[in-house]
Design a protein around this ligand. Sequence first.
Ligand code: ATP
Ligand code: MG
Length: 339
Amino acid sequence: MNHSVDPEYSSVNQKSNKDFLSIDLLSDLSIDLLSQLKEGGFLSLKDVIIEGPLELSTRCGISMDDSNFIYNQTITFLEDIGVIDMRFTPATTLYDKRKRIGRISTGSQNFNKLLGGGIETNAITEVYGEFGTGKTQLCHTACVMVQLSYSQGGLDGGALYIDTENTFRPERIETISKARHQNPKQILDNIVVARAYSSSHQELILSESSRIIESQNIKLLIFDSAISLYRSEFLGLSSLSLRQQRLNKLIHSIMRIAQTHQIAVLLTNQVQSSPETGFANLSFKAAGGNIFAHSSTYRIYLRKSNRNRIARMVDSPNHPESETVFSIGESGITDPQKE
Ligand code: ATP
Ligand code: MG
């Protein structure tokens, strides 16, 4: 049963999409196996990669051996056609590719510089901070910026906004668009919003997101916020390990979606106080424990500083720890006004 996908985004739409790679392309599989995959909901090769062999086996009722075989066949096929990197790739090729990687402007030059040019595709950018520090404003601004042309800091694509806190506001998109001289109607038309009501609903939405990403030319996937539903549902120490297991699965699915569809993922996270450094130095840590800490590609801590905000790069495989100042205005995230 399919509850959260609008019929407008039906499989008929995907099949006419140039990025749709049908499972039928696996020519070595028997007709019976192919129909089992389809019955399990695996229509696209990218679904196989994103869901992984265990899910493939469970949902399609096939042995793990068959499932691993299909998974490896799929990887090899996608390598051959250049959708994913070859399993042995010279570092120089990767370096050349990284120079051309897509980035979405945040709306602030300072913030972009902190990120090495903007919010990166094929990666997870996590922003965390206290209430009112600009996490949701960044998400709204990025929804507009991703739609601009490459020369204006966008990727000429749409946004999929998974809203777990009921804070997505189309009116805000309208003001940001107008302040940036964009047509608000056109911008709103290219944002798909999914309101998640529970952690399992959020997982269902994520598992159905591939078809939207392909059919709607989505280049930015947003989770605002990624783990609040898990925090509110899994209370107490006894449920901690189950919560971490579910979060682990979630974050790895998100990463596979980012890499397989070559899109940017922006997720917001809450903070929890960390009294480790003593009461006088009470600091804040991102919620979610080690699982999120290790899985996000870039982690950015936001805090208030009078009328402005400070963004600090806390963890990155290729940036030093550093910080910058930005502001929130009519046009969303911007550079601070010169005094
Ligand atoms: P939470 O943890 O509660 O979700 P958040 O980090 O998502 O918080 P945001 O909603 O992004 O917080 O930011 C709220 C801030 O954005 C407020 O300080 C508010 O004044 C500012 N803000 C909201 N709309 C506008 C606007 N139209 N113009 C200028 N500033 C705005
Ligand atoms: Mg918010």
